[in-house]
Design a protein around this ligand. Structure first.
Ligand code: ADP
Ligand code: MG
Length: 238
């Protein structure tokens, strides 16, 4: 089943076209990585899927429903950003439960959802701490916890690891993959790091200048790059 369908989507900021007719389908349960150089439109595309940015033309569907006019909260998705944007004055528990509170979910259900997410992420012992009392990796986990509590069908990640050191980045890559597997989620993951793309993705979408250059499995791209750009991008060290 197709979970997310991006059909002939374009985006212009004023007179400036940044996305030029993108077609991508993401199957249920798939881990898809959007990769490409800085400024190629990855975040803009992700924000359109999340509903944080209007689509100029084309359609985006989630679970078979066109969501062009559906508000972010009513899309069955959750997004994890590079800057964790945790609320500094709130405890980990409050940070993780905040979106449920906004949605007027009863407190005992919020607690249950937060406890479940905390146990999945190994955050049980940290629920009463505040963000400044956490390491970078723990903060990243809290940011993921905030996404998990809402039990979304689709997870969107925008360069979630770029603030972490190399060692932690490696560890978090496999944690995010495991989480995806365990939650039977569908994931769209943005990075400019080709190694990250090659090691994490079921399917890679290589972007350049607001267009898709190639879509394929890591092995497809490695063995049969569609053009020189893909070959050198995939082949170059990060
Ligand atoms: P990436 O995430 O791949 O680095 P972005 O999606 O952030 O790329 O940006 C794609 C292009 O759109 C860039 O040229 C960027 O300057 C431009 N852009 C992004 N957001 C805006 C905006 N709000 N207004 C005008 N231009 C924007
Ligand atoms: Mg970006």
């Amino acid at each position: 089943m197709v979970q997310v369908a991006i059909e002939n989507v374009t985006k212009a900021f004023g007179a400036f076209n940044v996305i030029h007719g993108i077609e991508v389908t993401v199957e249920d349960g798939e881990f898809v990585v959007l990769v490409g150089p800085s400024g190629c439109g990855k975040s803009t595309l992700l924000r359109m899927i999340a509903g944080l940015e209007e689509i100029t033309s084309g359609t985006i569907s989630i679970a078979g429903r066109i969501v062009n006019d559906v508000r972010p909260k009513e899309r069955d998705i959750a997004m994890v950003f590079q800057s964790y944007a945790l609320y500094p004055h709130m405890t980990v528990r409050k940070n993780m439960g905040f979106s449920l509170k906004l949605a007027k979910i009863p407190k005992h259900e919020i607690d249950k959802a937060v406890d479940r997410a905390a146990s999945i992420l190994g955050l049980e012992a940290l629920l009463d701490r505040r963000p400044k009392q956490l390491s970078g990796g723990q903060r990243q986990r809290v940011a993921m916890g905030r996404a998990i509590v809402r039990s979304p069908q689709v997870f969107l990640f925008d360069e979630p690891l770029s603030n972490l050191d190399a060692q932690l980045r490696l560890q978090m890559r496999s944690e995010i993959r495991e989480l995806h597997q365990r939650l039977e989620a569908t994931t769209i993951y943005v990075t400019h790091d080709q190694v990250e793309a090659m090691t994490m993705a079921d399917k890679i979408v290589v972007m350049r200048g607001g267009k898709v250059e190639q879509i394929g499995s890591p092995i497809d791209l490695y063995d049969r790059p569609a053009n020189r750009f893909v070959a050198s991008f995939i082949g170059s060290p990060s």
